[in-house]
Design a protein around this ligand. Structure first.
Ligand SMILES: C[S@@+](CC[C@H](N)C(=O)[O-])C[C@H]1O[C@@H](n2cnc3c(N)ncnc32)[C@H](O)[C@@H]1O
Length: 185
């Protein structure tokens, strides 16, 4: 079994709520998540990168590692990310702490967080931090295995978030949907 897959599975068994998946995302899903990114992207933040599957697609899209901030709660995943992407900025911590780390003016936040597993208080905390870190009008790109947006309707209303379905990826295991969220109209 490839090393990253074994690490992912081991951590998923230890921390099922936080990891929230049985396998890392596939490249086709990563490419849809990274669709609008490229060498022009000045600051991209990825929250919940895990072993770096979506990160790979972001870098393949042309985003320089130096312009990428990876925010990951799991220490073992952070060590793997540091080996795979030595020039990226890696923060070992929660996405709810983006402000504490002074992250501002992000063009896009890419998220693999399992929001469906999170209580609405934590969803609210993380999304407030995400939209404070984003440039006004810019989007959070989020995937989910569910058939609906993974954020509670109450949290979306409180934070004035709107959503748009970017697409579905049947070729992923499990199949996934990609949503864009924005604050305001
Ligand atoms: C579903 S996995 C996604 C991994 C990877 N992005 C992928 O698509 O294969 C969720 C990841 O979010 C991380 N995570 C969970 N809660 C977090 C939080 N509050 N802040 C940052 N990372 C978190 C987990 O440790 C895990 O790596």
């Amino acid at each position: 079994m490839p090393k990253n897959l074994a690490l992912f599975l081991g951590q998923a068994l230890r921390n099922p709520t936080h990891v929230g998946a049985i396998a890392p995302s596939g490249l086709i899903l990563g490419r849809l998540m990274a669709r609008d990114l490229g060498p022009h992207s000045k600051l991209v933040v990825e929250i919940g990168p895990g072993t770096g599957s979506l990160t790979r697609a972001i870098i393949e899209a042309g985003v320089p590692q130096e312009n990428l901030v990876l925010v990951e709660l799991n220490e073992a995943f952070c060590k793997t990310l540091a080996k795979r992407y030595p020039r990226a900025n890696i923060i070992h911590g929660g996405a709810q702490e983006l402000g504490k780390h002074g992250i501002k003016g992000a063009e896009t936040v890419v998220s693999g967080l399992p929001f469906l597993n999170f209580p609405s208080g934590l969803q609210h905390e993380i999304l407030s931090a995400v939209f404070d870190a984003l440039e006004p009008g810019r989007e959070l790109v989020q995937f989910t295995y569910g058939r609906k947006p993974p954020i509670s309707p109450q949290v979306m209303q409180n934070l004035e978030l709107t959503w748009h379905l970017r697409g579905r990826v049947w070729a992923n295991f499990p199949p996934a949907s990609v949503y864009e969220f924005r604050r305001g109209g």
